[in-house]
Design a binder for this molecule. Structure first.
Ligand SMILES: Cc1cc2nc3c(=O)[nH]c(=O)nc-3n(C[C@H](O)[C@H](O)[C@H](O)COP(=O)(O)OP(=O)(O)OC[C@H]3O[C@@H](n4cnc5c(N)ncnc54)[C@H](O)[C@@H]3O)c2cc1C
Length: 554
């Protein structure tokens, strides 16, 4: 028999998606959303962009209202109402109305927990000052906008996705922005080399980026807040944005005895059932299967939350016909001014720390045909399983077309594709859109060259003095941007004529601007009997990252 009463705790991404799908599957059910805040189903991902003025109208962020959910889906929505206790035996939920202070119990047949995750506010001295903000909902956004009206100096603590978006948007408001990050890179989920372009773009636009330093405490003063960092550096701020991560809002679930994972996320099965079969959960509050490895993961992103909510409703009303949630991949993308970077699947550091064997290549190319006006450089890094060639992860950075490559690679990983498959992906091509050999094909070619033993790659410049490092860039570039180690400059077109300058008994590393010419050089040298390795990815930091890569088409 279909359940009659569904109660949903939390009415934004996962909760609203669950309720909408449940209604489409069953007209008769009584579906009630309990939401602590004054809004339901709002666009939290859009909040930074309204702060900066890029989304001018506030009301577009309120995607639905209690009244529109009533009209469209016949949902009962109780805002400013908090769920305070679950009675799993009696199948009741206790709620408290924030306006009247009254509490009451509601019966449920099935309970959906989608309380999300709250921004972390560490218990450090001074954190309660009213000029220190976190950003989760429309009210936080309004407070930040009001504070930014009078202040000119912002310190953003944490250079993750939200921190970067906030740094960019506060800059748009002509504020002086300082961005502090504990790690030695921005966007810590990515591998450090793939974040360099983002970092330089932030600096180019006036953001002061302080890496490898964390917040020690705050000293509220009359005129400003002093942010004291671990290094002793003190920053003066009119407003502070804390964006150092989120933690699942699972106190209710913990008190009800539901099983939580090591980091406090609700453990759910493939149909989003918690350890209690009448209680489902979805979104930032849960951990699920990992899509790449036999592991569990928690991905606090909008896509997983929405899709998990749908799976839970399907399971309640379709039973065995419901399609299980296959796990999360961890696909994320961020923009800082003109630069875009993204990740899907596992990163190198995650593979390393979990002790998984992997191989990787980094390739550079333009986002569409080099000869077509407006070509912009792009860097793509992929990881794969050594034996099978199965893709494990990818990262992309550039100016345009990053989202397209990331989505293709996310799809490829989900499909279980190998690097061989990337070689022959037939992707949309006309000069304004791509290239006859897209950068994704190139990554496949480079990986296969490696698998076939045609080339050895190194991601690092050699330190062994026995190694002959051959810089095959043209003389002007090599002289203008010398590598940080001693090299022999033999421009690529002259290499065949200058083989005599190299000692066959010593190893050779070839390097160039983008990694492609050094590969070509390595092929020449290896066929002449040299033990040669190509410096993968090239020295591109030494060329203007904004101009199209001058790459040979061969
Ligand atoms: C500023 C910002 C930008 C973001 N940008 C992106 C992005 O670009 N891309 C992306 O994929 N993701 C982004 N995210 C993350 C994405 O918004 C979340 O992953 C998603 O909203 C999670 O959905 P959820 O339903 O689990 O939780 P939420 O959307 O947070 O909703 C949970 C709701 O539950 C309510 N609640 C909690 N406890 C109770 C209780 N006891 N009683 C009643 N109500 C309760 C809360 O008030 C909250 O409204 C962003 C998040 C933020 C804050």
């Amino acid at each position: 028999m279909n359940p009659k009463k569904l109660v949903v705790v939390g009415g934004v991404a996962a909760g609203a998606s669950f309720a909408a799908r449940a209604r489409r599957l069953n007209e008769a059910a009584e579906i009630t959303i309990i939401e602590r805040g004054p809004d339901v189903s709002f666009a939290n991902c859009g909040l930074p962009y309204h702060i900066g003025g890029e989304i001018p109208a506030r009301d577009v962020l309120a995607v639905q209202t209690p009244q529109s959910l009533k009209d469209l889906l016949n949902l009962k929505v109780r805002t400013q109402c908090e769920a305070i206790q679950i009675d799993p035996i009696g199948k009741r939920l206790q709620i408290k109305d924030a306006l009247t202070g009254q509490t009451e119990w509601m019966d449920y047949d099935k309970l959906m927990l989608s309380p999300g995750a709250s921004p972390i506010r560490p218990p450090i001295s001074g954190i309660e000052d009213e000029r220190i903000f976190t950003l989760r909902n429309l009210q936080d956004m309004d407070r930040i906008i009001a504070a930014a009206e009078t202040g000119m100096r912002a310190v953003v603590i944490g250079a993750g996705f939200i921190g970067l978006e906030m740094a960019e948007q506060l800059c748009r408001k002509q504020m002086k922005v300082q961005l502090v990050e504990l790690m030695n890179q921005v966007i810590p989920p990515l591998d450090a080399p793939m974040t360099m372009l983002l970092e330089s773009e932030l600096r180019r636009n006036g953001v002061e980026v302080l890496l490898g330093d964390g917040i020690r405490d705050f000293r509220p003063e009359n005129e400003h807040v002093t942010c004291r960092l671990n290094s002793g550096t003190c920053l003066e701020a009119d407003i502070v944005i804390m964006s150092i991560g989120v933690k699942p809002d699972n106190e209710l679930a913990r008190a009800a005895g539901l099983t939580l994972g090591v980091r406090g996320h609700l453990v759910v099965d493939e149909y989003q059932r918690t350890s209690n079969p009448d209680i489902y959960a979805a979104g930032d509050a849960v951990e699920t299967l990992d899509r790449v490895m036999p592991a569990r993961t928690a991905v606090p992103m909008g896509g997983p939350a929405n899709r998990q909510g749908r799976v839970a409703a399907d399971h309640i009303f379709l039973g065995e016909k419901a399609r299980p949630y296959p796990g999360s991949l961890g696909t994320g993308i961020v923009r800082a001014f003109d630069v875009v970077a993204g990740i899907t699947g596992w990163s190198e550091k995650r593979l390393q720390s979990a002790g998984h064997a992997y191989e990787t290549v980094t390739v550079n190319d333009n986002h569409h045909a080099s000869y077509y006006p407006g070509a912009k450089p792009m860097t793509l890094k992929i990881f794969w399983e050594p034996n099978s060639g199965r893709l494990l992860g990818a990262q992309v950075t550039g100016f345009e077309g990053v989202d397209k490559r990331l989505d293709v690679l996310a799809t490829a990983i989900i499909a279980g594709m190998t690097v061989e498959d990337l070689c022959h992906l037939e992707l949309a091509y006309a000069p304004p859109f791509g290239a006859a050999k897209d950068i994704i094909n190139l990554a496949g070619f480079a990986a296969c060259n490696r698998r076939d033993g045609l080339v050895k790659h190194t991601p690092e410049l050699p330190t062994d003095p026995r190694v002959q490092v051959v810089d095959v860039r043209g003389k002007p570039l090599a002289e203008a941007f010398p590598p940080p180690i001693s090299t022999l400059n033999i421009p690529f077109p002259t290499l065949r004529a200058n083989l005599g300058k190299l000692d066959k008994n010593r190893p050779v590393v070839t390097l160039c601007a983008f990694g492609k010419m050094s590969y070509f050089a390595a092929r020449i040298l290896s066929q002449q009997g040299f033990d040669v390795t190509s410096f993968s990815g090239g020295l591109k930091a030494n060329v203007d990252p904004r101009s199209p890569a001058k790459l040979p088409t061969a």
